[in-house]
Design a binder for this molecule. Structure first.
Ligand SMILES: Cc1cc2nc3c(=O)[nH]c(=O)nc-3n(C[C@H](O)[C@H](O)[C@H](O)COP(=O)(O)OP(=O)(O)OC[C@H]3O[C@@H](n4cnc5c(N)ncnc54)[C@H](O)[C@@H]3O)c2cc1C
Length: 475
C-alpha cells in the first residue's frame, strides 16, 4: 500500500519513534500539574499528548459562565500563578478571593505550555493525537502513527470526566422540545415562559444563578433536583493569611465531627452546626456530596427558587410533561430545558499510582486534583522505593455521597499524617504554591494564638477521627 493510501486508511506509521523519558497521556489539569513539577525538579524530557487541540482537558468543553468553585490560588500548576491573587470587590463572591473563569483556566494552561514547557526544550507537545494501547501516538488530523518508547508512561487520563456538552442528554427528548447544554444557554435564551434546569450539581447551580443574574424571574425557573447536595462553605476555603484562623477552625471542626459523630448523619449534622457545610433546603436531607463549594450570597439567591422537583432522575421530556423516576409533572410548552445532568468526575477504582514504569495519576488529597498531580511528580522525582512512593501517594477518589466522604476521610487523614511525619515532604509542601494551608502554617512565628489553639485541637482529635471514620464506614 502506498503511503498516501495508508494515510487515507489511518494506518500510516512513520519510522521516527517519539523519544522522551516520560510519555504523559492527557494534558488536562492533572497531566499539566505533573509535567510542571517534573520539569522543575528533574532534567527529564517529556512527550505530552492529548486528543484535544490545546491543554486544559475538560475545560475546553465548559459552559461560558463557568468559574472555579474554589479560589484560583488552589488551581493550575505549581510554578505559575493563576489569576491576580485579589479579592472580588463586587458580585456574589464579594470579599472573597477570585474564582477563575473557564477562559482564564484555559489561558493559564496555554501560557504554561507556550512560555514555560516548550521554551525549556525538554517538552514535545502532540495535540490532536491519541495514544493507543501499544503506546503509539496517532495524529487525529493526518492519521500518522508514531511509535513511542518512553522510559515511563504517565496515564493522566485514568479519571474520567463527563460534562453536558460532550454527550447527548441521558434521557429522551420529544421532537420540538427546546433542550440544550448550558454551553448554548446564552445564545438560546429568549423570553421563554419557563426555564427548566435539569440537575443540581455545580453546573445546575451555576445555571440557576446565571439565569437570575440575567433577569429571569425565580418564579419562572423550575429546578429538577434528583439529589440534594451537601455544599462546602466558601468562607472556609479562603487562601489569604487573614482567613487562616477561620480555616484552621474549619479543619479542626471537621476532625471533631468525625471523631465524635455517632453515624454519617450525625457527622454531617455536626458539620452543619459549625457552618462547615450548607444545603439549599434545610428541611431536606442531602444524599450527595461532590466537594462543591458555595458562598452565602449564592446560596441565598438559589433559595429564591421554590419550584423544585424532587422525583428522581429524568426519564423523558415530552412536549407537555416531564417524566421522572418517581412521577410526572405537567410542563408549559414554551419551556427551555437546560441539561446540567452530567456527573462531572465518574468513579474509577483506585489503583497504585506507581507500578513499575507506569504512573497512574489520581487524586491523593481530597478534591485537589492540581495539588495531587504536582505532589505525585515530586515523589517521582525525589524517591526511589516504589512501596514508599505509593505509601505517600495513596489515592483518595472523589466522593459521591456523605458516607463516601466519611470513608475517604480515613484515607485522607492517613495521607496527611504520613506527609506531616516526613520532613522532606513537609518542606516541599511549605514551598508549594498549591499547598496554601501548610505554606501558611510553616510561615507562622508563634504569636498567632487562635491558629495554634485550632491546630492543637486538630492534633488531639485527628487519630480518633480517622479511627471513627473507619468504624462508621464499616457499619
Ligand atoms: C464545572 C467544573 C468546575 C470545577 N471546579 C474546580 C475547582 O474549582 N477546583 C478544583 O480543584 N477542581 C475543579 N473541578 C474539577 C477539576 O477541574 C478536575 O478534577 C480536573 O480538571 C480534571 O483534570 P484531568 O486532567 O484529570 O482530566 P481531564 O480534564 O478530563 O483531562 C484528561 C485529558 O486526557 C486526554 N486523553 C484521554 N485519553 C487520551 C488518549 N488515549 N490519548 C490522548 N489523550 C487522551 C483527554 O483528551 C483530556 O484532555 C471542576 C470540574 C468541573 C466540571
Amino acid at each position: 500500500m502506498a503511503d498516501s493510501e495508508k494515510l487515507a486508511a489511518g494506518e500510516f506509521t512513520t519510522r521516527h519513534p517519539i523519544e522522551a523519558d516520560y510519555l504523559i497521556i492527557g494534558a488536562g489539569a492533572v497531566g499539566m500539574a505533573f509535567a510542571d513539577t517534573l520539569l522543575s525538579e528533574t532534567q527529564a524530557t517529556i512527550a505530552l499528548v492529548d486528543r484535544r487541540h490545546r491543554p486544559g482537558g475538560h475545560w475546553n468543553d465548559a459552559y461560558p459562565y463557568v468559574r472555579l468553585h474554589q479560589p484560583s490560588a488552589y488551581y493550575g500548576v505549581n510554578s505559575w500563578p493563576l489569576g491576580s491573587g485579589e479579592k472580588d470587590a463586587t458580585g456574589l463572591n464579594k470579599g472573597f478571593y477570585e474564582l477563575a473563569s473557564g477562559l482564564e483556566v484555559l489561558s493559564h494552561f496555554d501560557q504554561v505550555l507556550r512560555r514555560r514547557f516548550l521554551p525549556s526544550g525538554r517538552v514535545q507537545y502532540f495535540p490532536m493525537s491519541d495514544v493507543g494501547p501499544d503506546l503509539s501516538v496517532s495524529s487525529l488530523v493526518s492519521g500518522e502513527r508514531r511509535p513511542a518508547k518512553p522510559r515511563k508512561v504517565v496515564d493522566a487520563s485514568y479519571q474520567k470526566f463527563s460534562v453536558p456538552s460532550a454527550r447527548p442528554p441521558p434521557y429522551a427528548v420529544a421532537p420540538g422540545v427546546a433542550c440544550a447544554p448550558p454551553n448554548d444557554l446564552p445564545r438560546m435564551a429568549r423570553a421563554y415562559r419557563d426555564y427548566v434546569v435539569v440537575g443540581a450539581g455545580k453546573t445546575g447551580m451555576d445555571t440557576c444563578v446565571w439565569l437570575m443574574e440575567n433577569g429571569a424571574d425565580p418564579g419562572r425557573i423550575r429546578w429538577i433536583m434528583p439529589r440534594d447536595y451537601w455544599l462546602l462553605d466558601r468562607a472556609g476555603v479562603q487562601p489569604g493569611q487573614e482567613f487562616l484562623a477561620s480555616i484552621a477552625r474549619s479543619v479542626a471542626d471537621q476532625v471533631e465531627a468525625l471523631a465524635k459523630g455517632r453515624s454519617v448523619d450525625d457527622v454531617f449534622a455536626r458539620l452543619e452546626g459549625c457552618g462547615v457545610v450548607k444545603r439549599i433546603d434545610v428541611a431536606v436531607k442531602p444524599t450527595a456530596y461532590h466537594c462543591a463549594v458555595i458562598g452565602q450570597a449564592e446560596l441565598e439567591l438559589l433559595r429564591r427558587i421554590v419550584d423544585i422537583v424532587r422525583l428522581g432522575r429524568v426519564i423523558r421530556i415530552d412536549a407537555d410533561q416531564i417524566v421522572l423516576e418517581r412521577g410526572a409533572v405537567a410542563m408549559n410548552r414554551d419551556s427551555l430545558y437546560i441539561d446540567c445532568s452530567a456527573s462531572g468526575i465518574t468513579a474509577t477504582p483506585s489503583k497504585p499510582v506507581f507500578e513499575g514504569n507506569r504512573i497512574t495519576l489520581q487524586i491523593v488529597r481530597m478534591c485537589q486534583p492540581a495539588f495531587s498531580g504536582a505532589l505525585i511528580a515530586h515523589v517521582e522525582a525525589a524517591y526511589r522505593d516504589e512501596a514508599e512512593k505509593n505509601r505517600i501517594c495513596t489515592p483518595v477518589p472523589p466522593p459521591d455521597t456523605p458516607a463516601d466522604w466519611v470513608r475517604l476521610m480515613a484515607i485522607e487523614l492517613a495521607n496527611r499524617a504520613c506527609w506531616a511525619a516526613n520532613e522532606e515532604i513537609r518542606a516541599w509542601q511549605a514551598r508549594s504554591r498549591l499547598d496554601i494551608f501548610v505554606r501558611q502554617i510553616a510561615a507562622l512565628n508563634g504569636t498567632e494564638a487562635e491558629v495554634f489553639k485550632e491546630l492543637g485541637r486538630y492534633g488531639r482529635l485527628a487519630a480518633r477521627a480517622a479511627a471513627n471514620a473507619s468504624l462508621l464506614s464499616a457499619n
